[in-house]
Design a binder for this molecule. Structure first.
Ligand code: UGA
Length: 441
C-alpha cells in the first residue's frame, strides 16, 4: 500500500520506519529541508534505539522515501498519517497550527480517494475539524475519511512498542474506514479497538493523565514512606500484586518529564476548563510533580547547607534513560535551582548534552564521562536512570569525590549495596544511609 506520513518528528519517523518494515511503500514528508536531507542520507535527527538501523535498511531497499514535495507525498497516497507536532500554547492548550497547515495541504494535493489517519495528540473535536478543512477544499469527486488513531509509543522503546503495543485505537464514525484500518493493522496482531472519533481522541489524553497520576501517587506515597521508615519499593511491589493496580509505572523518583505527560495533563485541564469544570485531581498531580522535581536541591541543602561555590556533579540530563530528549526534564529544573543557589555544576549525560546546551548554554560544564563529573565534587545528584549510572562501581564515589555524598533521584542502587560503602546516600521514599547502626571499617 502507498503510505504517506506527514511530519518527520519522533512519531512520524517511528511510524515511517516501522510501516516500511511491514512492507508498505512509505513516503515521509516534512517542511524542514535540512531534516529531510539528513534523513535521505540515512541519518536520524533524533536518538531512538533501533530507529537509524531501520531507516537505513528501508531506504536501501527503497521501501522508504523522504521528501519536502507535497505533490510527491500526497498525490498517489492510499493512506496518509498526520504526525505533526501539537506544541503547548501559553495557556496550556494544544497549538493546532501545524494541523491546520497540513490539512490544507492534503486537501490541495490529493488526487485519489484517501484515508487520513491522525496520530498527533489532538484535543477532542480536532479530527472533525480536519475532516471539515479537507472536505471544504478537496476536489469534489474525491472521498476522504479522517480517522483518529492515537499512538502510545514511549521514547526509548518506540520500535518495540510499535510492533508489540497493548492495543491499537481506531476512532471513526465511518464503518468502511474502520474496516480499512482494521485490515491495515491486522499483520501486527495487536488487539484493535474500534470506537467513535471523539472517544479515540479522549483515550490518548486519559491514558497519559492516568499514567501521570500513577507516578504522582507513588511519589506522594514515597514521601510518607520516608517519614514513617517504610520503603517505597516494597510498598509499590506489594500493591502492584493486586491485578486492579499492577506494578508497572509505580517507580518513585523526582517526577515525570518529557514532551507528553507535562503537555497533555495541562491540555486536559484546559479542555476541562473550556466546559467550566475544574480537573482538581490532575491539578494536584502536576503540583506533586513540580514539588518532586525540587526535592533533590532541598535534600542537598539539608546535608551540606549553603551550596554557594560547591561543586555539584549532576548525573543525567535526559528526562529518562535511552533518549536525548530533555524537554521538561527534572534535570533542567535542578540545574536552574542549583545555579540560583550559587553552585558550580558539571553535568554528565551520554547523549543529551547537545540538546541541554541549547537550553542551558555555558552556565554549567558538560561531560560524557561520569568520572570526570564526579572528580572533586562536593555532592552528586542523580537525575536520570541511565544504565551507565546504575552500573557505575560504587567505589568511584569514594575515589573521585571530595565527599561521597549522593542524592539519588531515581533510586538507582539497591540499599544493601550502598550499605557496604561509607557513602552518605539519600534516595526517594527509602531510608537515609548510613543509619545509626551502620559501621564501616
Ligand atoms: C509517554 C507514554 O508512556 C506513552 O504511552 C505515550 O505514547 C507518550 O507518553 C506520548 O504521549 O507520546 P514517554 O513520555 O516517552 O511516553 O515516557 P514514559 O516512559 O511514559 O516516562 C515519562 C516520565 O515518567 C519519565 O520522566 C519517567 O522517568 C517517568 N516515570 C515513568 C516515573 O517517574 N516512574 C515510572 O514508574 C514511570
Amino acid at each position: 500500500m502507498k503510505v504517506t506520513v506527514a511530519g518527520a518528528g519522533f512519531v512520524g519517523l517511528v511510524a515511517s520506519a516501522c510501516l516500511a518494515e511491514l512492507g508498505h511503500q512509505v513516503t515521509c514528508i516534512d517542511i524542514q529541508k535540512e531534516k529531510i536531507n539528513m534523513l535521505q542520507c540515512g541519518r536520524s535527527p533524533i536518538y531512538e534505539p533501533g530507529l537509524e538501523e531501520l531507516l537505513e535498511k528501508n531506504l536501501c531497499n527503497k521501501q522508504l522515501h523522504f521528501t519536502t514535495s507535497p505533490h510527491q507525498a500526497y498525490s498517489g497516497a492510499d493512506i496518509i498519517f498526520i504526525a505533526v507536532g501539537t506544541p503547548e500554547n501559553h495557556d496550556g492548550s494544544a497549538d493546532l497550527k501545524y494541523i491546520h497547515v497540513v490539512s490544507h495541504t492534503i486537501a490541495h494535493y490529493i488526487e485519489q480517494d484517501v484515508i487520513v489517519c491522525t496520530k498527533s495528540t489532538v484535543p477532542v473535536g480536532t479530527n472533525e475539524l480536519i475532516q471539515q478543512i479537507i472536505e471544504s477544499r478537496k476536489p469534489p469527486n474525491l472521498q476522504v475519511e479522517v480517522v483518529a488513531n492515537p499512538e502510545f509509543l514511549r521514547k526509548g522503546s518506540a520500535i518495540h512498542d510499535f510492533f508489540h503495543g497493548d492495543r491499537i485505537v481506531i476512532g471513526t464514525n465511518h464503518s468502511e474506514a474502520a474496516a480499512f484500518m482494521e485490515q491495515f493493522y491486522l499483520p501486527l496482531k495487536i488487539p484493535i479497538m474500534k470506537t467513535d472519533i471523539r472517544s479515540a481522541e479522549m483515550i490518548k489524553y486519559a491514558a497519559n493523565a492516568f499514567l501521570a497520576t500513577k507516578i504522582s501517587f507513588i511519589n506522594e506515597m514515597a514521601n510518607i514512606c520516608k517519614n514513617v521508615g517504610a520503603c517505597i519499593e516494597e510498598v509499590a511491589y506489594g500493591i502492584g500484586q493486586d491485578k486492579r493496580i499492577v506494578h508497572h509505572f509505580l517507580k518513585a523518583g523526582i517526577g515525570y518529564g518529557g514532551s507528553c505527560f507535562p503537555k497533555d495533563t495541562k491540555a486536559l485541564i484546559q479542555l476541562s476548563g473550556d466546559f467550566k469544570q475544574r480537573y482538581e485531581l490532575l491539578e494536584a498531580v502536576i503540583n506533586v510533580n513540580n514539588r518532586q522535581q525540587s526535592l533533590p536541591v532541598l535534600k542537598a541543602k539539608e546535608i551540606i547547607g549553603s551550596l554557594q561555590g560547591k561543586k555539584i556533579a549532576l548525573l543525567g540530563l535526559a528526562f529518562k534513560a535511552d533518549t536525548d530528549d530533555i524537554r521538561e526534564s527534572a534535570a533542567i529544573t535542578i540545574i536552574k535551582e542549583l545555579l540560583e543557589a550559587g553552585a558550580v555544576v558539571t553535568a554528565y549525560d551520554p547523549i543529551a548534552i547537545p540538546n541541554a546546551r541549547r537550553i542551558i548554554g555555558n552556565a554549567i560544564e558538560y561531560t560524557e564521562e561520569i568520572r570526570q563529573a564526579l572528580l572533586n565534587a562536593d555532592l552528586a545528584l542523580i537525575a536520570t536512570d541511565w544504565d551507565q549510572i546504575k552500573h557505575l562501581p560504587l567505589e568511584v564515589y569514594l575515589t573521585h569525590m571530595k565527599e561521597p555524598i549522593v542524592i539519588d533521584g531515581r533510586n538507582c542502587y539497591p540499599l544493601q549495596e550502598i550499605r557496604q560503602y561509607p557513602i552518605i546516600y539519600r534516595s526517594i521514599g527509602r531510608p537515609d544511609l548510613p543509619n545509626t547502626n551502620d559501621t564501616f571499617e
